[in-house]
Ligand binder design. Structure first.
Ligand code: ADP
Ligand code: MG
Length: 709
């Protein structure tokens, strides 16, 4: 078939006039025949299965049942009447309910005659009901002919109101298949189809729109999901390969004085195996002539900082500068303080640049950066200001990268410094670090063009944090526990949800909480700090420092303390209204304790009313402290759209595949995409012709860019 056929504007399909064309474009983004063909049904009404009442699940699914009506009655309610019929089969009883058209229904329904009914079930107070079922006498049902699996297409209110119903879309689809004679070109290579036993494109398209059976549909879906994920992965891997071959990086082939001295004399502890492995991976990248673009994932407390520091030392050994950017002032200061001592021992220079750095100091830093006196710069996004110019920045590290936007990160690229620009702007190597574990499957899709390192091991001797869930009613016991811990010299965090810093409700909760804590823990015996987002940075820092120094025993705070803060003497984390936090946030908060030698505790406080999801979150927290396991649960609960970083990546506008449910297919697709490109980086082989053509089309019509920003 003529490849251009599918690019025909939708206006030219029989049955689509200018009005419909307009609506299809606006409401569903359908501009061409191809777009219509790729409008896959959301779901199918399965009229092949008959359920028994006893088999119903509380899923609101559509079901088809054979049974009889035994009674009909009209029930008066506040607003109008409803008609309720008792419907039975040999396994149980349910109710059919009508709010509209009651008179007609009452007159026409037959009692004690077998019916086939179809519709959504609701579950309430231990029994099931079905509002406005589709009904047909069993006798008539057996004689009628219909496609057993009816596709339901995505729609919008406007489409429905304008008469473009599901039935109309279905008709247009039939017309499209008629005109094309189902002669759709294959888009995968023969070896792929054979190895993976995939059905042809033709067959897949036909069965996705007009499934002959569940089995046909399943094969069609598998093939199309694979194809969708395959091309995304092909794109991502190709981007990575091109990046490596095109974007030159500084080659850091020396491991010299700084690294060696630190490693042999000043390393404060033995590195974990995972840390060693990751440092090796980074060393390899830095030593090659390609620019490093690596994501380092490691759970809270897994020891990413030392890895970052040692990577910076490699840059220094090769005559370059390095910088480390953190999302908050508090965190930058902590990094600076931690690394300052080590730098002193090595005789390397290090400075801190944040929003509150004094002008004179700022000037001094700018100068030293430009003339090369300064080796390492730590700071907040103040580092990104245009005035900050490096002599030769070789490595830029971003901590807690999900807190930064994409543009902020890309700004670092252009900080290479004048010496980097010789011979065509060599950007610094980039290492981004995150403590928000991203399940592997998701990472593959969002960061498919980055290389990924994982620290999957905590330093030895960490005590597990005892995590419990307590109801608000037990608050007094919790207070007693806090007092015990404080009397042993420990410190305590009490965190309130302030999801939106501007929400006055939350703010009031926090202040009420603070007041009741101060009442319960009075001065002078107790000192209580408070930190929240509406405070001035200087005040925040002042309070934070009092807590760090141990002058206050209790820190009442919002999630501003979530990221990175390190107070080893704090051993209790109380999270108020824990049901309102997401899993990854709970995990991050818990990571604030368990940093010292003492047994640490995390207490999740909630009211009695909990949703099913909230229960799962709390149970997960109590059960495990493995960040990756928690991330997997989170992904299942929330779906990928809500996970950090994914919103901006746009990777989730998938047409048919589902990153969570289809993670197995994703792995296979990725591995085949990698193999394909490994054999033929430019897809130049006869068998790859369909792939090459499809890929070119996807790029040409920008379909693939919808996925990847
Ligand atoms: P994160 O990955 O959360 O940034 P940090 O780098 O802040 O973790 O490390 C957490 C703590 O663990 C720090 O006090 C650090 O000194 C310590 N640490 C890191 N690596 C090791 C190790 N291999 N052995 C013992 N302690 C370690
Ligand atoms: Mg850290």
């Amino acid at each position: 078939m003529n490849a251009n056929f599918l690019q025909t504007p939708i206006d030219y399909l029989k049955g689509v006039g200018p009005n419909r064309a307009d609506l299809l474009k606006k409401e569903l983004g359908i501009h061409t025949f191809q777009d219509l063909l790729n409008l896959f049904p959301n779901r199918y009404l399965d009229r092949t299965q008959y359920y028994k009442i006893a088999q119903f699940q509380q899923t609101n699914a559509e079901v088809q049942i054979i049974g009889k009506i035994t009674h009909i009655k009209t029930v008066e309610q506040k607003r109008g009447k409803r008609l309720v019929a008792t419907f039975i089969d040999e396994t149980g009883t349910m109710e059919l309910v009508w709010f509209r058209g009651q008179k007609w229904i009452r007159e026409n329904l037959k009692l004690n005659v077998p019916y086939v009914i179809f519709g959504k079930t609701n579950y309430f107070n231990g029994s099931f009901s079905m509002p406005h079922p589709e009904m047909e006498l069993l006798e008539a049902h057996e004689k009628s002919i219909r496609s057993a699996m009816q596709p339901v297409y995505p729609s919008t209110e406007k489409l429905g109101n304008s008469g473009i119903t599901n039935r109309v879309i279905n008709g247009l689809m039939q017309q499209l298949f008629l005109e094309s004679k189902n002669a759709f070109a294959e888009t995968l290579s023969k070896p792929l189809l054979e190895q993976l036993k995939l059905v042809s494109k033709k067959e897949a398209l036909f069965n996705i729109h007009f499934p002959k059976s569940q089995a046909h549909l399943a094969r069609a879906q598998y093939r199309l999901k694979f194809e969708e994920l395959f091309y995304i992965q092909l794109q991502l891997i190709r981007k990575n390969l091109i990046h490596k071959s095109k974007i030159k990086g500084h080659t850091f082939d020396k491991i010299g004085h700084n690294f060696n001295t630190f490693y042999s004399q000043h390393l404060p502890f033995e590195l974990t195996e995972a840390q060693k492995r990751v440092i090796k991976e980074i060393r390899n990248d830095l030593g090659s002539n390609a620019q490093m673009n690596r994501l380092l994932q490691g759970d809270v407390g897994s020891g990413k900082t030392i890895v970052a520091f040692m990577s910076m030392l490699i840059a220094l050994d090769n005559g370059f500068q390095a910088c480390l950017m953190a999302p908050t002032e508090i965190l930058s200061v902590q990094h600076y303080n931690g690394l300052f001592e080590m730098c002193n021992k090595l005789n390397t220079s290090i400075e801190l640049l944040t929003g509150s750095t004094k002008t004179s100091k700022r000037k001094e830093i700018h100068e030293k950066l430009e003339n090369g006196e300064l080796d390492i710069l730590i700071g907040t996004h103040a580092l990104l200001e245009d005035k900050v110019k490096f002599k030769n920045l070789g490595l830029a590290i971003v901590d807690e990268q999900h807190r930064f936007g994409v543009e902020q990160r890309s700004k670092l690229w252009h900080k290479g410094g004048p010496s980097g620009e010789v011979g065509g702007a060599i950007p610094p190597h980039i290492l981004v670090m995150t403590a928000t574990p991203i399940p592997r499957t998701l990472a593959m899709s969002i960061y498919g063009d980055l290389d990924i390192s994982v620290i999957d091991e905590l330093p030895p001797g960490r005590k597990d944090i005892k995590t419990v869930h307590r109801f608000d009613a037990n608050r007094l016991k919790v207070f007693r526990f806090i007092k015990d811990e404080i009397s042993k010299g420990r410190q305590v965090y009490i965190v309130y949800p302030l999801i939106q810093e501007s929400e006055t409700m939350d703010y009031k909760d926090l202040m009420d909480g603070y007041e009741s804590i101060v009442r319960e823990f009075p001065m002078p015996k107790y000192q209580v700090s408070i930190v929240h987002g509406q405070m001035k940075p200087a005040d925040k820092e002042y309070e934070m420092n009092r807590f760090i120094k141990g002058e206050t025993q209790i820190m009442v705070a919002t999630t501003v303390i979530e990221v990175g803060v390190n107070v080893p003497n704090a051993s209790v984390m109380i999270i108020e209204s824990a049901e309102r936090f997401g899993l990854s946030q709970l995990h991050q908060l818990r990571g604030r304790v368990g940093r010292g030698a003492e047994q640490s505790y995390c207490i999740l406080m909630t009211g009695h009313k909990l949703s099913a999801d909230a229960k799962t979150r709390l149970e997960t927290m109590v059960r495990t402290s493995d960040g990756f396991e928690i991330a997997e649960v989170d992904l299942k609960l929330r779906g990928p759209g809500d996970l950090m970083g994914t919103q901006q990546s746009g990777v989730l506008n998938l047409r048919i595949a589902d990153i969570v449910k289809d993670s197995e297919i994703l792995k296979i697709a990725r591995s085949y995409a990698a193999q394909t490109l490994k054999a033929y980086p430019n897809l130049t082989s006869k068998e790859n012709i369909p792939i090459k053509n499809t890929y070119a089309q996807l790029v040409k019509y920008r379909n693939i860019w919808n996925y990847i920003s």
